[in-house]
Write a protein that binds this ligand. Structure first.
Ligand code: GLY
Length: 298
């Protein structure tokens, strides 16, 4: 089967604040760069999973986003990353509460490929990373000065936990296979050990070659209760277009008191998204190779 590949990435749903416009422009550029890097993999005949990992890795390495380098901080001032990925053929891997790995999405992939498990967390995941030959970072290596300052202000103001800047990608390759990948530092001022939706297969990430794939961003606890990504894929299975599937999931998430966004690709390669926050950076390249991007609502 030869299909026309397509892909969409997100750089996280969140609220607007002062200074967000210049940051929005930079986030858009970051999302477009990641989308092009992932699409290049597809254009050369690579698989959807490879493309999604390349795009998410690109966003993890960009300190503007809340994933990998630049991750948000726990109430104790430390980074704890979550990431997951799924291929439409049913293979999946995930990690939670990982502090010493530059690219948590690569570790999630190793869990999928090199263990009989789906989900490793904290010390066990970090030990496995060392076994895989992944560089062990010293404490604080993923903390940026900007995020440390944001954390200081949040602690001083005793602000409630907020998320924003989670990253993700969904793709469909020339073989018609789909994949999804998601990575995050989670919520600012979260408790140590808290795991959000981004690490959970079926919630932050889901893919099924017969229906489509989805990657979510937003208030993790509500997305968990809504089984968000799987719900989006089921909506596409029953004929909803990707944009419509995203809207249905957001309605479910709101019932649990949360907000956020998600990106979707269906089995026919149509890409779509939805969000009910003020912003969600996103960029896509569709099956006609047309590029698009946005930051605020259209
Ligand atoms: N959606 C990211 C989180 O809640 O951790």
């Amino acid at each position: 089967m030869t299909a026309r590949p397509s892909l969409i990435v997100h750089g996280g749903a969140g609220e607007l604040s002062e200074g967000d416009d210049p940051e929005g422009v930079r986030q858009l550029a970051g999302c477009s760069t990641a989308a092009r890097a992932g699409f290049e993999v597809l254009r050369r005949g690579g698989g959807a999973l490879d493309a999604a990992v390349v795009a998410v890795r690109c966003l993890e390495d960009d300190p503007l986003f809340n994933a990998g380098t630049g991750s948000t901080l726990t109430v104790d001032g430390e980074v704890e990353c979550d990431a997951s990925l799924m291929s439409g053929d049913g293979r999946a891997g995930a990690v939670g509460c990982v502090r010493t790995v530059r690219n948590p999405i690569e570790l999630a992939r190793r869990v999928m490929e090199r263990t009989p498990h789906v989900f490793l967390v904290a010390g066990g995941a970090e030990e496995f990373a060392v076994e895989c030959g992944i560089e062990k970072l010293p404490p604080g290596a993923l903390v940026t000065a900007a995020m440390r300052e944001k954390w200081r202000m949040a602690v001083a103001q005793r602000s409630a936990s907020r998320s924003g800047g989670t990253v993700g990608c969904v793709a469909r390759d020339a073989g018609g296979q789909v994949a999804a990948a998601t990575s995050t530092g989670g919520m600012l001022l979260k408790r140590r050990g808290r795991v959000g939706d981004s690490a959970v297969i079926g919630v932050g990430t889901y893919a099924d070659d017969l229906a489509g794939a989805a990657s979510c961003t937003g208030a993790g606890e509500a997305f968990i209760k809504a089984l968000a990504a799987k719900s989006a894929v089921e909506a596409m299975r029953s004929g909803a277009a990707p944009d419509e599937a995203a809207q249905r999931v957001l309605a479910l998430v709101r019932r649990f008191g949360g907000d956020g966004g998600l990106i979707c690709v269906d089995a026919a390669g149509r890409v779509g998204f939805g969000f009910d926050t003020a912003r969600m950076a996103r960029a896509w390249i569709d099956a006609d190779e047309l590029e698009g991007s946005g930051f605020k609502a259209a």
